[in-house]
Design a protein around this ligand. Structure first.
Ligand code: OAD
Length: 251
């Protein structure tokens, strides 16, 4: 059973004109996409992220990094949006101004029908040139050398996934739009994120500072839990549909 939803939270959500949802890997867990830090199944359990998700690692061993992303892409390609993703897409239709800020690179929010999506960490299905950073459309890449990644059709350097690696800046336009939305919103839902990776993890704190109501949806305690106004303990795929139903079917 999902967590009990306090009636005042329902009233607040019903009246809010700008809501931000910040999502992390936990919302895609029920779609079969592994999270990063969950003990048994987390992506980092089998691999050292510093070995794989950095520009230095790519320079050292492009084929290894490329293969890891190919494996992750295959997981994402098999995944479909779950009731949590769909509830957020539906919420966007109910709230006058709804901004979805995600740390996920799997694209499942858009697949579920969300429109106003800011992808802070990029998208795993897209590639860009390692040196020029230009996005290269699927089919335009040059073949790689055997096991290595494909090559840029313009400069010949390797292609890499268009995701943010450790030590890299977030895409500026997305981050500033996310900050603006967070500063303006009346309510922030923080869903399925451990709250350990900044600057994304600072967004709920910024919202709280600006007077927004903050709500965490997560089956586990996180680094952000203590700062939240409300905590709904449970899987996003159950709590979000319950929140949607409680807020908009009893009006
Ligand atoms: P984490 O793996 O750190 O955290 C996943 C969170 O999801 C945990 O708090 C879980 O308790 C929670 N969770 C698990 N199942 C859930 C469910 N069914 N419903 C709701 N929550 C659930 O993933 P992130 O916080 O997204 O960055 O990690 C943040 C960033 O760290 C990632 O975007 C990635 C990584 O480094 C980059 O790759 C740049």
């Amino acid at each position: 059973m999902p967590a009990h939803i306090p009636p005042e939270l329902i009233t607040y959500l019903r009246r809010a004109t700008h809501v931000v949802a910040l999502t992390g890997a936990g919302i895609s867990a029920e779609s079969g996409v592994p999270t990063f830090r969950d003990a048994q199944s987390g992506l980092w359990a089998q691999y050292d992220p510093q070995e794989l998700a950095t520009a230095a690692a790519f320079r050292r061993n492009p084929a290894l990094v490329w293969d890891w992303y190919e494996w992750r892409r295959s997981l994402v390609a098999q995944a479909a949006p779950n009731p949590g993703h769909r509830a957020l897409a539906e919420m966007e239709q109910k709230v006058p101004h709804f901004t979805l800020v995600t740390q996920n690179v799997d694209g499942l929010h858009r697949q579920a029908g969300s429109r106003n999506v800011l992808e802070l960490h990029g998208n795993i299905m897209r590639n860009k040139c390692f040196s020029e950073e230009t996005v290269i459309a699927a089919g335009d890449e040059e073949p790689g050398d055997g096991a290595g990644p494909p090559r840029c059709p313009h400069c010949g350097d390797y292609l890499r996934p268009d995701v943010v690696w450790f030590g890299e800046a977030l895409p500026e336009g997305e981050l500033s739009a996310a900050m603006r939305a967070v500063e303006e919103c009346q309510m922030l839902l923080c869903i399925g994120t451990s709250g350990l990776v900044h600057p994304a993890a600072s967004l709920p704190l910024l919202a709280a500072e600006r007077g927004a109501l903050t709500v965490e949806i997560n089956p586990q305690v996180t680094a952000l839990s203590q700062w939240m106004d409300y905590v709904l303990r449970g899987p996003a795929g159950e709590v979000l549909p319950a929140l949607l139903k409680a807020t908009w079917t009893s009006e």
